[in-house]
Write a protein of this length. Structure first.
Lengths: 179, 329
């Protein structure tokens, strides 16, 4: 006898909301880099170093950084306003823990929706999570920058490690924020 | 009642159970196949329409409907009369400061405790006494399991995908119990939170760590010192998002409660004393200040059975305790 039961899962919201990326500039020269940091471990050191290197090598006009009130929540409204009114390109992260990686990816997607080219920096251990969030939100294939071991995912780095990571991700960030 | 979820067709009960397991829709254990009739009964018992939205997870752009919660409640093995508790627990979990995205996706594998207060405990049989945190009680087991299945299926928190728990935890199968309000004349948890004694209320706590405080000495002083010292071994995760709403829970066992009652302590004075002890500045390694804004942030709940002189401590993830009234139509 045929038994009829019901599907217990939620439909993916991305099915109804097509995703488009913001238009990229040709270069980072003259752009203002927004940094949406989640405060994971000592990852802020890496973002600071990244901002310094991009300013030096790519002639950024400047940077504006916010550190969110918790690792896996959106920025406060005033932080969001600071980023979206001042930044012309942005980086988010660090995607090194379970919920913060996906929230940082969501920050990047929200920035794209606001017309600001963005890229999320993610540790290789969390790639399945951010890819799943992108699929869920209809942004399958959205590019991000991956870094990996021997650096630990949770951002417990010293200053030298943070600076080295900034150098390691520099090209990837540059490529994903420009045409 | 009109239901909108896609239908699943199986040739009989056993095939349906296997289909749900194969589709990744269970916790690994068999479930009750959610027929439309059973789901409708679950919704009717909670007095909600299937289309009613119980809350959302903004990071995932997900809304949580009463219909999906009812489907998962049937799967968990709930009786319809448990449905109001599950609905309230899910509403609580979706309060902003309960931080559902963070607490369900974390590497730390946080669990969620569902604590029931009010007369409904005795109506539906929520166990509050001997062995109440473990298996053997249908209401406890299935209400807690329903919340977990909602997290998995409706919040889309699948292990290894959005759920990034490094180890996860047996407490994630099910974690529900009630407060033993009848054991003493102490003020029940929900009344201290501003509800009336006859209100039915659920409290949802994220569980980052679950610690046991064992103290056999007969003096209240020793009991309070041991509970505080146990909490201080680990401390709390801090952030400015939860801020002053941060709270931890002491599940006070009856042997400890008896010592305290005998010396004239009340739940209110216990909270004051524990808060003062837990928030003292650290004195070194393995001693952490438990940062809590006030004694009100020390939730004391009396449960468990006689015998071992223990209490249990729920140390939260990055989330505040969330209370929600249970509405029985």
């Amino acid at each position: 006898m045929t038994l009829i039961t019901l599907d217990p899962t939620n439909p993916a919201p991305g099915d109804d909301a097509p995703f488009t990326m913001a238009a990229r500039p040709a270069t980072l020269a003259g752009q203002t880099l927004g940094i949406v940091a989640n405060g994971l471990g000592r990852s802020e050191l890496m973002f600071d170093a990244l901002g310094e290197q991009l300013t030096k090598w790519d002639e950024l006009a400047g940077t504006v950084k916010v550190v969110k009130p918790s690792v896996a929540v959106p920025p406060w409204p005033d932080q969001w306003e600071a980023i979206t009114t001042q930044a012309t390109v942005a980086v988010t992260g660090f995607g090194g823990c379970g919920s913060c990686s996906t929230r940082s990816m969501r920050d990047a997607l929200d920035l794209e929706a606001a017309g600001i080219p963005a890229v999320c920096i993610v540790h290789e251990a969390l790639v399945p999570a951010v890819e799943a969030l992108c699929r869920l939100l209809g942004a399958d294939g959205y590019p991000f920058v991956v870094c990996g071991y021997p650096l630990n995912p949770t951002g417990m780095w010293d200053e030298d490690e943070a600076a080295a990571l900034a150098t390691q991700v520099l090209d990837g960030v540059r490529q994903r924020l420009t045409v | 009642m009109t239901l909108t979820s896609p239908e699943v067709r199986s040739e009989g009960w056993l095939e349906a159970v296997e289909t749900y397991i194969e589709n990744g829709w269970t916790d690994g254990l068999p479930v009750i196949p959610p027929t439309p009739e059973a789901v409708s009964a679950m919704l009717a018992a909670a007095g909600v329409d299937g289309t009613e939205v119980l809350g959302e997870i903004p990071t995932r752009s997900l809304t949580v409907s009463a219909e999906k919660v009812a489907i998962n409640s049937v799967m968990a093995g709930c009786l319809p009369e448990y449905s109001p508790v599950v609905v309230a627990a899910v509403r609580a979990l979706l309060q902003p400061l309960a931080n559902a995205h963070s607490t369900t996706a974390t590497l730390a594998g946080a669990a969620h405790a569902v604590v029931v207060n009010g007369p409904i405990r005795n109506v539906i049989g929520v166990e509050c006494g001997q062995a109440c945190l473990g298996p053997g009680f249908r209401a406890n087991a299935t209400i807690g399991r329903a919340v977990r299945l909602v997290i998995r299926n409706v919040f889309r928190t699948v292990p290894g995908v959005l759920d990034r728990a490094s180890f996860s935890w047996p407490l994630r199968y099910s974690f529900c119990f009630g407060e033993n309000e009848e054991h003493s004349d102490w003020t029940p948890l929900h009344v201290l939170e501003g509800y009336e004694p006859d209100d039915d209320v659920v409290t949802v706590m994220s569980v980052m760590r679950f610690l046991t405080a064992t103290e056999f000495e007969p003096e209240a002083e020793a009991v309070l010192a041991t509970i505080a010292d146990t909490a201080r071994l680990q401390g709390l995760m801090l952030d400015s998002f939860v801020g002053e709403a941060r709270g931890m829970m002491v599940i006070l066992g009856p042997e400890h409660q008896r010592r305290l009652v005998d010396e004239g302590w009340t739940k209110e004075s216990v909270r004051e004393s524990l808060w003062e002890r837990m928030t003292r500045p650290t004195v070194g390694r393995h001693d952490n200040e438990v940062v809590l804004a006030s004694p009100d942030n020390v939730l004391v709940c009396c449960a468990g059975g006689p015998g071992l002189a223990q209490s249990q401590l729920i140390m939260p993830h990055l989330a505040a305790p969330a209370h929600e009234r249970i509405v029985v139509p």
